[in-house]
Structure formats: C-alpha cells, structure tokens
Design a protein around this ligand. Structure first.
Ligand code: COA
Length: 167
C-alpha cells in the first residue's frame, strides 16, 4: 500500500458520471476496444480484463473508471489513473472514448474530474504518455494544464511525456 488516500471511485461532472466497473460493461468495453482496429477481443476476455482492473484497484487505490453520459445513461468510454510507464506515486492519466462521442469535450470534462480525484489522494504530480501523432489527446492535455517534459522513442514511434502539478 501507499501513503496516499484511495481515489474516489464515483465522480460527477456537468454531463458525465464516472463509476466503478460492472460485469455488465463487458460488451460495451469490448466494442470500444474493437475501435482500435486491431481485432475484437471476446466478451469473455474482456470480462477477465474487468476483473483484473478491479483487483489492481483494490491493491493500488487508483482506477480507470467507465464514463457514462448522465442524460443518455450510456457508456461512452473510460478515464482514470494508471501506473502505466510511470509510478504509483506519480501515476498517468488515461482515457479512451467511442468515436461517436469524440469532439464534444467529454474527454476534457472527465479528465478534469480525475485530476480533482487524484489531488484528493494527496498526490502532487501526474503524468501522461501520448503517441506524438495523437493531436486530439495532446490537445486534451494542453487544455488540462499539462506541460511537455520529454520525448522517448519506442518500437512503434515517439512518445511524448507530459506532466502536471496538483492541485
Ligand atoms: C483522445 C480522446 C479521448 C479525445 O476525446 P474528446 O472527447 O474528443 O476530446 P475533447 O473533445 O475533450 O478535446 C479534443 C480536442 O482536440 C481537438 N482536436 C481534435 N482533432 C484534432 C486534430 N486532428 N488536430 C488537432 N486538434 C484536434 C479538438 O478540437 C479539441 O480541442 P478544442 O476543445 O480546443 O477544440 C479521443 O480522441 C479518443 O478516445 N481517442 C482514442 C483513444 C486515445 O487516443 N486515447 C488517448 C491515449 S494517450
């Protein structure tokens, strides 16, 4: 365990709710992952991934959370904190939304709530690592006050490391 408080797992914004994973999210999560264009995982596989996310959260106290629109009540993606390429002390913010939900400011809105949740754990700094070609994601981070720190090179291209002090 860490010296940090557990992240709040129910977050509300003007248009969105972020809440813990349920087994019933499996089909939608599966559809979301399919949009990456690298094949469709089985719902069974995705159920296992959800169970693994919940187990990891029980250990780390940080979470990726499903994002739901409040009016429509539909699952549009996820947003939250992961260790990723960084550390549990200074985790990464991560998000992924259905294409049909892009361009409405939802990622920025959800990630803003996650920044507050991260600050509430007592953390002082977050990171994000983004492929250099991913202009929409880089723009979301810019809007949230992240600043470029450095670039690393991986097998599939350049990765931009951005960081933001909390609160
Ligand atoms: C990244 C992602 C979550 C953004 O979601 P979103 O809800 O559309 O984001 P927002 O609407 O909050 O903000 C997007 C910003 O990028 C801008 N943008 C979109 N396409 C762009 C492009 N090709 N070039 C530059 N800016 C672009 C938008 O105009 C908007 O900025 P603005 O508010 O100044 O107009 C979404 O594109 C996604 O799920 N992508 C696939 C998964 C992914 O890449 N995840 C991040 C991995 S690091």
């Amino acid at each position: 365990m860490t010296a940090f408080a557990t992240m709040p797992y129910h977050l509300e914004t003007e248009r969105l709710t972020l809440r813990p994973w349920a087994e019933s999210d499996a089909a939608e999560f599966c559809a979301l992952l399919s949009e990456r264009g690298k094949g469709t995982p089985t719902v069974e596989h995705v159920r296992t991934s959800i169970a693994e996310l919940l187990t990891a959260t029980a250990t780390t106290g940080i979470a990726l959370l499903p994002v739901q629109r409040r009016d429509e009540g539909d699952f549009i993606g996820y947003c939250g904190l992961i260790t990723g390429r960084s550390t549990l002390e200074e985790p990464e913010i991560a998000y992924e939304l259905f294409q049909h939900a892009h361009g409405c400011g939802y990622a920025t809105e959800a990630a803003g709530a996650v920044l507050d949740a991260a600050a509430a754990t007592g953390r002082k700094r977050l990171w994000s690592t983004v492929a250099a070609w991913n202009a929409p994601s880089l723009r979301v981070l810019e809007k949230l006050g992240f600043e470029r720190d450095h670039v690393s090179t991986e097998d599939n291209g350049e990765v931009v490391w951005l960081t933001r002090s909390l609160p």
